[in-house]
Ligand binder design. Structure first.
Ligand SMILES: NC(=O)c1ccc[n+]([C@@H]2O[C@H](COP(=O)([O-])OP(=O)(O)OC[C@H]3O[C@@H](n4cnc5c(N)ncnc54)[C@H](OP(=O)(O)O)[C@@H]3O)[C@@H](O)[C@H]2O)c1
Length: 281
């Protein structure tokens, strides 16, 4: 049975992956900052040497974009140096590292989907520090996978919960119609991660459901597939922060080129998620 170390295990993605991968016959080791602080190289090395995982899935990160903007050093320490530490320690035990990354490494100004061969150009400290983490991994390890994804749900409190939580409380929910990306279910993401655990595939991959939409279209689909379309109106607005469209649609080009099975189309994955859970994962 393969030993999988998940860092950031109490976060949204980390905890969802523990649930989803646990049923797939892996031996899961889960830590968050109280057990192993990824900014402490010695702590990371010590844990790695004692436990000798086959694969590390690094979900530990500072993800609050506004917090990162005002805490630059801390953002780079976790999102870049933390990744460097994991890479250095993984080298010693020949562990494969699967690093979670983000569409925020792009400038969001395109109008065609970004693929893995497009140049990155992050605008925020969060995006810049995540890009720096990606670079450390590519410089220090051969046995790595970087996964960039977007708008992941099925991870505890998320956008699906926000929309459904407003039903019965609001008559109208205002949602930006000028932000575009790809909603991606944690279940579809976990299937791809399981593939990377079990196969000799390495490198940079975009992993999102197929298609794309605006936040407004996403919210409408959530209500429709939850059978609550008549119970609240979704009203399109222009987001105050981004009067220009913010476009961060990812294209799973590497998955296609290497013959991997892509995640489902976003509406099909959302419908399946709501049918299975009613929005309560
Ligand atoms: N959620 C999404 O839709 C999404 C989309 C694309 C990519 N991602 C990527 O997925 C990864 C996980 O995201 P998430 O949404 O799960 O974030 P999250 O909920 O903020 O989880 C991150 C976890 O890492 C922990 N952490 C922070 N500093 C640490 C340290 N020094 N050592 C160990 N653990 C530390 C956090 O603890 P505290 O809470 O105590 O800080 C938290 O438990 C990130 O790399 C993110 O870029 C997420």
């Amino acid at each position: 049975m393969k030993k999988i170390w998940i860092t950031g295990a109490e976060g949204h993605i980390g905890s969802a992956l523990i649930d989803l991968l646990d049923c797939m016959e892996y031996h899961i080791l889960a830590t968050d900052i109280n057990e192993v602080d990824i900014t402490d190289l010695e702590e990371v090395q010590q844990y790695m040497r004692v436990n000798r995982p086959d694969v590390v899935i690094n979900c530990a990160s500072l993800t609050d974009v506004e917090y990162c903007a005002t805490h630059r050093d801390e953002a780079y320490k976790v999102n870049a140096i933390g990744v460097r530490n994991i890479a250095l320690a993984a080298n010693e035990v020949r562990a494969k590292v699967i690093q979670m990354s983000t569409d925020d490494v792009f400038d969001l100004e395109s109008d065609v989907p970004y693929n893995e061969f497009d140049a990155t150009h992050p605008k925020t400290i969060y995006g810049k520090s995540k890009e720096a983490g990606e670079k450390f991994l590519t410089q220090l390890l051969n046995r790595f996978v970087i996964i960039r994804s977007s708008w992941i749900y099925g991870i505890g409190r998320d956008f699906v919960d926000d929309v459904l939580g407003n039903v019965g409380k609001l008559d109208v929910m205002k949602v930006p119609n000028n932000r575009y990306a790809v909603p991606t279910s944690a279940k579809e993401l976990a299937k791809v991660i399981a593939y990377f655990i079990d196969n000799d595939a390495f490198g940079l991959y975009h992993v999102v459901c197929q298609g794309s939409c605006s936040r407004y279209e996403f919210a409408k689909a959530i209500l429709e597939y939850a059978g609550k379309a008549g119970q609240m109106e979704i009203h399109p607005i222009l987001s105050k922060d981004d009067l220009r469209p913010a476009y961060s649609v990812l294209d799973n080009m590497m998955m296609r080129l290497t013959g991997m099975e892509e995640p489902k189309e976003w509406k099909a994955a959302l419908k399946e998620y709501l049918d299975e859970t009613g929005g309560q994962e």
